[in-house]
Ligand binder design. Sequence first.
Ligand SMILES: CC(C)(COP(=O)(O)OP(=O)(O)OC[C@H]1O[C@@H](n2cnc3c(N)ncnc32)[C@H](O)[C@@H]1OP(=O)(O)O)[C@@H](O)C(=O)NCCC(=O)NCCS
Length: 178
Amino acid sequence: MTDIPVELPGKPTAASRTTLSHIMTANDTNLLGTVHGGVIMKLVDDAAGAVAGRHSGGPAVTASMDEMAFLAPVRVGDLVHVKAQCNWTGRSSMEIGVRVLAERWNESTPATQVGSAYLVFAAVDAEGKPRTVPPVLPETERDERRYQEAQIRRTHRLARRQAIMALREERAAQGFDD
Ligand SMILES: CC(C)(COP(=O)(O)OP(=O)(O)OC[C@H]1O[C@@H](n2cnc3c(N)ncnc32)[C@H](O)[C@@H]1OP(=O)(O)O)[C@@H](O)C(=O)NCCC(=O)NCCS
């Protein structure tokens, strides 16, 4: 962190909630003829990045992407909506939750959920160093649940990272060079 930690005024979830919509074309397909998972992941990263930038009021980078679930195939001609919001904030990091919905571009059938993901973004300054973000203020019961669930995921991410680092140090101390 480059700046002295200061408590910034909180920002409500709705202030940065974002939806990105895109029609899938033949350019987006994999060898099976359905939409490539990487195309969806790019849209997820784009939408989450917009939320992180809006919430933090400046540049933010993807630190991690986890729990990306593909629930149903996406087809050419689907109108895909990627809905993202800031679930949780730490000191300089934000967990962004994303839901992916698809509907036929020319039919009035309801959209169905085809994917979801959780990403962590870090707000950075001009030198790329983490900077403080405003605390997110959950507004609804659903926002509050998402905040609490994000905190559980944060705890697990940190615990997993620490356990792996400890194992590596232990193996290095035992003389393994892997
Ligand atoms: C993300 C990045 C800024 C973190 O920098 P750092 O020097 O490790 O800083 P810190 O350890 O203080 O981490 C900053 C915050 O990010 C969180 N973070 C860092 N790496 C993380 C990871 N892999 N998963 C989840 N959170 C992570 C930290 O917990 C910390 O959160 P907090 O401030 O809310 O407590 C740095 O690793 C980076 O620039 N990565 C490349 C990002 C990028 O280019 N993304 C696009 C990929 S193509």
